[in-house]
Design a protein around this ligand. Structure first.
Ligand code: GLN
Length: 189
């Protein structure tokens, strides 16, 4: 199983470590030539979505990535990765990949609550120690979107077909269950 981890900017090394604990092979994607059809899954890490979006465009990666996701390759976006996947951003004019039928609010918790942790029940996973860093949340989810977790009535994890997204950072914990859930998606379970 080979998972492509976008390594343009942000917390990609932590995802790679998590995947290697679970026995998956990882490939870092920085340029067009790193992106191949042979990937079984894709991870879009947290970081700064504006920077990541700009680099995806500059490197000619936006279209091939979008096509792969639309073609059914499983993708897992965390935090900024969720922002890249969203079809709509409520407080930002940008749309990046626009493949997931959700409206996302960036930096949704304001300055005071910029970073926090909360144990959250996640559907299909169980209680999970969710770490939020200047996190977005999902304001609205379309019909085909399965809500997996909420915190204070805000959607913080969701799945739509081959797309999994969390507003929080499972890669910054020791708890591998959400990555294991994603690898089950990759295995077609
Ligand atoms: N605040 C970042 C953004 O809007 C996301 C933060 C994160 O990925 N931890 O892009």
């Amino acid at each position: 199983m080979k998972i492509g981890v976008f390594a343009l900017q942000g917390a990609f090394i932590e995802h790679e470590k998590m995947l290697s604990v679970l026995g998956a092979e990882t490939v870092e994607i920085r340029r067009r030539e790193h992106f191949s059809d042979g990937l079984d899954g894709i991870i879009l890490p947290g970081g700064e979505s504006t920077v990541q979006g700009k680099l995806l465009r500059e490197e000619g990666l936006m279209q091939p990535l979008k096509a792969a996701i639309e073609g059914g390759v499983p993708v897992f976006g965390t935090c900024a990765g969720l922002i890249l996947l969203a079809k709509r951003l409520s407080n930002d004019a940008n749309v990046y990949l626009g493949t997931m039928d959700v409206t996302v609010k960036r930096n949704a918790y304001g300055r005071q609550l910029g970073s926090f942790a909360a144990v959250t029940p996640v559907k299909g996973v169980g209680d999970y120690p969710a770490v939020f860093i200047r996190a977005p949340y999902i304001e609205e989810a379309g019909k085909g979107v399965d809500v997996l977790a909420t915190v204070d009535n805000k959607i913080v994890a969701a799945r739509q077909k081959n797309m999994l997204a969390t507003a929080f950072h499972p890669e910054l914990t020791e708890d591998t269950r959400i990555h294991a859930y994603f690898l089950d998606m990759v295995k077609g379970k």
